[in-house]
Design a protein around this ligand. Sequence first.
Ligand SMILES: Nc1ncnc2c1ncn2[C@@H]1O[C@H](COP(=O)(O)OP(=O)(O)O)[C@@H](O)[C@H]1O
Ligand SMILES: [Mg+2]
Length: 147
Amino acid sequence: MTGAAKTVKALTSSVEETRRLGAKLAKTVCQGDVFSLNGNIGSGKTEFVRGFVEALSSGVNVRSPTFSIVNTYPAPDFSIHHFDFYRIEDVREFSSIGLDEYINGDGVCLIEWGEMYPEVLPESVKRINFLEIDETTRAIETLFGFC
Ligand SMILES: Nc1ncnc2c1ncn2[C@@H]1O[C@H](COP(=O)(O)OP(=O)(O)O)[C@@H](O)[C@H]1O
Ligand SMILES: [Mg+2]
């Protein structure tokens, strides 16, 4: 059988390790990929994205898009759109930010709290779950392989 999904379960014990995992994912992405990052506040989603973005575009300052909803960063071959759905209160807000154009565009989307609005995610979405185990340990799990 080919193409079987490989689950990745990683335990990271520092911010740097979580960023490294994000950087690893960055090396495997394809244009049009949409990732939904799920887990409580402080579980490491933004740090993971920081590692992802820094691996592709040097010298950028990744900031949480909690208030801006979306931040876009340039990478050599495509744009990286970093979303946070946490403060979205109504599904209608997505039309005012033009979410569909991002999701169906040729960039890469990383969406924190994506599962708050599963109805706006594409069928092809790739989910990453984050869990705070203790103060310095995070469990990061995907149903697709990238290591
Ligand atoms: N192994 C780890 N990986 C990522 N963050 C960690 C880890 N251990 C401790 N932390 C801390 O947890 C917090 C994670 O924050 P952040 O990435 O913004 O979370 P989220 O975006 O999921 O709310 C930071 O304060 C970071 O210093
Ligand atoms: Mg965050």
